[in-house]
Every structure is written in C-alpha cells, then in structure tokens.
Design a protein around this ligand. Structure first.
Ligand SMILES: O=C(O)CCC(=O)C(=O)O
Ligand SMILES: [Fe+2]
Length: 280
C-alpha cells in the first residue's frame, strides 16, 4: 500500500488528505513542464472572469491541445494506485487537468466552491490531485471545509465577482446559494471547520471535488503559487444532470460537451475519451 489508514480515513471522512513526498523530483518536473506548457498555450476554456480584479488568477481547464501529454502523465504517476486505495475502487480513469497560477503576491483568495456545481458528477469515487510547485504555508494553501463532500450541494460561484464570492453560477433555484464562508470566518474563526496543509514541493493534496474548497490568497511572504490539478474517477462515479439555464453549462457542464451529450441521469460515468489508468 502507498497510503496509510489515516490518509484513507481523512479522505473518506474529511474529503481531503495530504500525501507528503508523493512525487519525486523527476515526476514533479514533468508535472511542472505540463503546467508551464498550459500557461504558455491557453486553451479554449481559459478563464479570464477575474482578470483586473483583486482575485486575478490564471485558470485554465482541460486544454485539448495538452490532452495526449496529460493522459500519458496521468498514467505514469502513482495517482492511479493512490486513488484505488483512497476510494476502494478497482478501476481508475483520468478526467483532465486544471491549472491555477497566483503571482505577484497580490491575488486574493479564490471563491469557495464545489467542483460538482460546474461538472456533472455524482458518486464517491472522484478525486483531485492538487500539485503545487512552491513551498506554501497553510495560510496560503488550499482550504477545505471538513466533511463537506457529504453535505449540501450548493450553487456554484460565478467567479466573476471579486466583491461577492457567493455570486451564483446558475441562480435559478436548483441549488441553494453558497454560504459566505470568508465573512463567517472573519466574524468567528470557529464558524467553519477548515482543513489545510503546509506544502513542500512533492507533497500532493488529494481532495474530493464535491467538498467546499478554495485557494487562499498569496501575499508578500508567499508571492507565487503555481498549481496543477489532475482529476480522476473510479467505479462509483455517475453522471448527474446540471441545470439548463446557462447555455454553456446546460446539463453536462462546460467541458467535453459532445462526449457527454449521450449521458442520462445516473449513468455510470464511462467514455472512451477518458483514459483508464488502473483496473481491468
Ligand atoms: O488551487 C486553487 O486555487 C483552487 C483549486 C481548486 O479549485 C481545485 O482543485 O478544484
Ligand atoms: Fe475546485
């Protein structure tokens, strides 16, 4: 086994765990190359909605030009076995990458969100491998609300309002609006039970994408954070319809729209577009 019982319990109960020294230098260098290629070659899903605001972050998602290279990378890293263990799944498939770059010591915290507001996913076997290339103290790291992957599915964050991070993605009443976690925490630091981890290069955070999470701010002491997220799913992963009010997200979300068009509510999440990295 690569993981410890504590890591498996944390992932299942808290929705997140950290694997210290998960990647060696050569593996980390290949991940950083993939990150830098994505940065230099923005794809069709690059997100510029927060540009020019205090939350400016370079965010790009599932770049089709990087897919072949990322599929290879996903298959060559220890993540398939790690997710088999964390989930208790026989099979593991790779979904796609997302990158987050905060630079210049100025970008504020990213809006709290659940990835499952944006992506049509249900089931226990989903996971993000959150790979950050700088040394990052807890206060500038990814933050997760403990156990929230088992709680309420909220509306997404629009990621367009630096003033109100709860500004909804849909706002059509399908899901309740996000709570204002930052405001609650400013009033009472114990109002939400937050998990986060100090990161040294090579450490990887594994989180369930349904958990409420967000990237903390960078600052003068920690001015740069470059993060590559690789998303995976396993046996208990099904298709869950999203609201239809927003044409670019209607029913299947913004990514792989053509490949997911045939899915019906509750279907096993299987498509040849997603590379199998473990199992039969
Ligand atoms: O790194 C960040 O700022 C956000 C990460 C995130 O939202 C994710 O891994 O899905
Ligand atoms: Fe996310």
């Amino acid at each position: 086994m690569l993981t410890t019982p504590e890591m498996r319990d944390q992932f299942r109960n808290d929705g997140a765990t950290v694997f210290k020294n998960c990647l060696d230098e050569a593996q980390l260098a290949r991940c950083y190359d993939a990150f830098k290629w994505d940065m230099a070659n923005p794809g069709p899903h690059v997100y510029r909605g927060l540009n020019g605001t205090a939350l400016e972050t370079h965010i790009d998602n599932a770049n089709p030009e990087a897919k072949a290279k990322l599929d290879e990378l996903a298959a060559s890293l220890p993540f398939a076995q790690i997710f088999q263990e964390l989930w208790g799944s026989q099979n593991v498939w790779y979904f796609a990458e997302e990158i987050f770059a905060k630079e210049g010591g100025k970008s504020g915290r990213g809006p709290w969100h659940q990835d499952t507001a944006n992506l049509p996913w249900a089931g226990r076997h989903w996971g993000n491998a959150w790979i950050t290339f700088q040394k990052i103290p807890k206060r500038n790291s990814l933050e997760i609300v403990r156990g929230s992957h088992l709680g309420i599915q909220y509306d997404g964050a629009s990621f367009t309002s630096a003033d109100d991070p709860t500004d909804p993605l849909y706002g059509d009443g399908t899901y309740p609006r996000l709570p204002h976690i930052d405001r609650d925490l400013a009033r009472d630091p114990n109002s939400w039970d937050i998990v986060s981890f100090d990161i040294n290069p090579g450490d990887v955070v594994f989180l369930h994408p349904r958990s409420l999470h967000g990237g903390a701010a960078v600052d003068v002491d920690c001015p740069t954070r470059h993060t590559l997220v690789m998303r995976f799913f396993g046996d208990d992963a099904t298709f869950r319809e999203l609201p239809t009010c927003k044409p670019s997200y209607a029913r299947v979300g913004p990514l792989f729209r053509k490949e997911m068009a045939h899915f019906n509510q509750g279907d096993p999440f299987r498509s040849p577009i997603f590379r199998q990295v473990a199992g039969v």
